[in-house]
Ligand binder design. Structure first.
Ligand code: PEP
Length: 260
């Protein structure tokens, strides 16, 4: 399992350090659960110092598809790599919605991140109108297809996909475990068709959309839900810690049941 915190445009130069320290503490007993936090770019170097030598890895929230050049205000994958980032969130619905990011741009960024050995957390998900019209599978399948077009993957650890229904992000609404499972199974099938069984079965497919301690265990307990991308609930270390703990309990339960 992978539990990733997307801090969005929150924290400041001192609270980012406190929050990162709190996440490190909360992750001490995370067992096999992988934990990553994605602070705002401007605080990546403050946070990387806190994470050094710990089991929590660093991620960014976006990057440009090119390596360098006259792109004022942008940050490249090379820069993120040089700072020690392991993950980068790409195609988040807020980037698509507020900054006009297209499927084609997401695809270029994903290709670049993989080339740099930066693991993209590729976000896909339908909006409320699309869900009401029963089009969620078509929409998400198209986003996945676009994002992964032309890719070759050396291992299932090179990529993460996050299913994030837009109607559930920051709204307090959550997909039901059955809705999440249905969409995650679809995504895994698409990955299997493109990359084969080995990559598909090892791939982390995260759920994102108002995941919190009260619903984490039910969502993470679904067969094809391999972790969470957490926004609001990642901004308090103890709350995020409860989600990590839920993931850890599920891992433990599944190991126990596979040995009996
Ligand atoms: C997100 O931003 O990816 C997210 C899932 O946010 P929230 O948990 O606040 O819904």
């Amino acid at each position: 399992m992978l539990i990733a915190g997307n801090w969005k445009m929150n924290t400041d130069a001192s609270s980012c350090v406190d929050l990162a320290r709190g996440v490190v503490r909360e992750s001490e007993n995370a067992g096999v659960v992988r934990v990553t936090i994605c602070p705002p770019n401007v605080f990546l170097s403050n946070v990387v110092k806190v994470l050094d030598g710990t089991r929590v890895s660093l991620g960014a929230q976006n990057m440009h598809a090119l390596g360098s050049g006259a792109y004022t205000g942008e940050v490249s994958g090379e820069m993120l790599r040089s700072l020690g980032c392991r993950y980068v969130i790409l195609g988040h619905s807020e980037r698509r919605q507020y900054f006009g990011e297209t499927d084609a741009e997401v695809s270029r960024k994903v290709t670049k991140a993989i080339k740099l050995k930066l693991v993209p957390i590729v976000c896909v998900g339908e909006n409320l109108d699309q869900r009401r019209a029963g089009r969620e599978r078509v929409v998400v399948a198209a986003q996945v297809k676009y994002a992964l077009e032309g890719l070759t993957l050396s291992s299932s650890n090179a990529l993460v996909i996050a299913y994030e229904p837009v109607w559930a992000i920051g709204t307090g609404e959550t997909a039901s475990p059955a809705q999440a499972q249905d969409m995650h199974a679809l995504i895994r099938t698409l990955v299997r068709q493109q990359f084969g069984e080995k990559i598909a079965s090892g791939l982390h497919i995260l759920y994102g959309g108002s995941m919190k301690p009260a619903n984490a265990k039910d969502l993470l307990g679904e067969k094809d839900v391999d972790g969470g991308l957490i926004g609001g609930a990642s901004l308090q270390a103890n709350v995020f810690g409860q989600i990590i703990q839920a993931a850890q309990e599920i891992e433990q339960d599944s190991r126990t049941s596979s040995t009996v």
